[in-house]
Design a protein around this ligand. Sequence first.
Ligand code: FAD
Length: 447
Amino acid sequence: MPRSDAADSDSERACSCETHGPLNCAVVLFTRDLRVHDNPALAGAAREADRVVPLFVLEERLLAGSAPRARLLAAALHDLDRSLRRLGAALVVRRGDVAAETIRVVRESNAQAVFVAEDVSAYAHRREQRLSEQVEVRSFPGITVVPPGVVTPSGRECYRVFTPYHRAWAAMPWRAPEQRPARLTIADGVEVGDLPPSSSEGGETAARAGLERWLAEGDSLYAGLRDDLAADATSKLSIPLHLGLISPLEVATRSANRELVRQLAWRDFYAQLLAANTWSAGRDLNPRNGEWSDDPVGLAAWKEGLTGYPVVDAGMRELAATGFMHNRARMIVASFLTKDLNVDWREGAAHFASLLLDGDVASNTGNWQWAAGTGVDTRPGRIFNPTLQAQRYDRSGDYVRRWIPELRGIPGAAVHEPWRLGPLLGGGYPAPIVDHAAAAARYRARG
Ligand code: FAD
């Protein structure tokens, strides 16, 4: 083992959920469940197998994404390795194709099964399918609060309307969170491989500290402030949830805020929708009337935050600067792209996916389709008026001024309509690239 800092016997222990089971050895394939707490696949392997191989396969596409995302992942893997070492094991890292490398490790370790968290995308389904052709695969929950397919309407594979889904989701008994294994024994003779370099702290340890802070300080204020753009008072848990640094079930069971728990149900709703319709990551769930416009100039202005609509531009600049965007701003910019500019939602979803630190196929494409009017549970004919949205959700104008330096000299809510100021407007901020009233009339005429 080149990374030989021996597993210390840290007293930071949880329950003993380890009972030696019928398997000699199991590979635990980590994907986006990079944690040791409430990790059913890891806990299951600790119970069922004498020896485990905790494995992560670094695929090229994971490293080729945005640099901040690659940094988050690297920090998460280092932290997971430290946690596994405290339990007596280590993280085994391979590079290449996930199914091929996993099978190679199965052979090296003589493992009899692969334990993995069940996931919802077409990519995850293919991964599981390819593995199961060569080895026994045991799938576990952990990516969502309620696993996809567990609550279903009669006669259908998934819910397409949120309210009845939420009702059924909240009414069903949830599984009990899994304890961290007390001890793991790693299989002999498996090279651990090299972690990607990391210069920052992060991963599960930091995410758990963030969750504790949120529960102590933010949770109780959430319902009143979640739509206030300038307050920036949402949990930002989407980022650790995406990598599985914290368990969505743990958040849902520990949060006292019903509104926050309801948002987690939206996350599960889109996961069950994608699981049952994996093709919908790229195709309309409900076709709409009319053709999309080919508008490279409008699309570029939208991406750069230069549409002339301050709240749209503030959202797009927040995304470019931080890899995050407030949910209310996401809804406003998505409506603007798909309805004011009539540009295909796939362009917007791809741009989001390239920059968002929480970029998640199910939530991203589900929400984009909702905003574009091609999804489920969408109100037909709805188009957001960006100025009214800004006046309602950024009353002070502070969100816009935070992200658009050219407009910082304009006080109060006047910042939302800089075109009214005529010659006072300076700094090169553009005039609106489209007239919203005319765009809304065109959108409604398409029906
Ligand atoms: P909070 O308001 O604190 O909510 C708590 C948690 O609930 C979030 O962390 C998230 O896991 C979940 N949640 C909240 N709102 C939604 C929602 N509408 N749909 C699904 N889950 C939700 N979320 C992603 O995680 N990844 C994405 O790629 C993504 N793309 C989106 C694209 C568009 C066009 C829109 C309108 C929304 C998108 N969302 C996405 C949903 C939502 O905007 C983010 O989850 C939220 O802004 C994250 O911030 P937060 O953690 O502070 O949220």
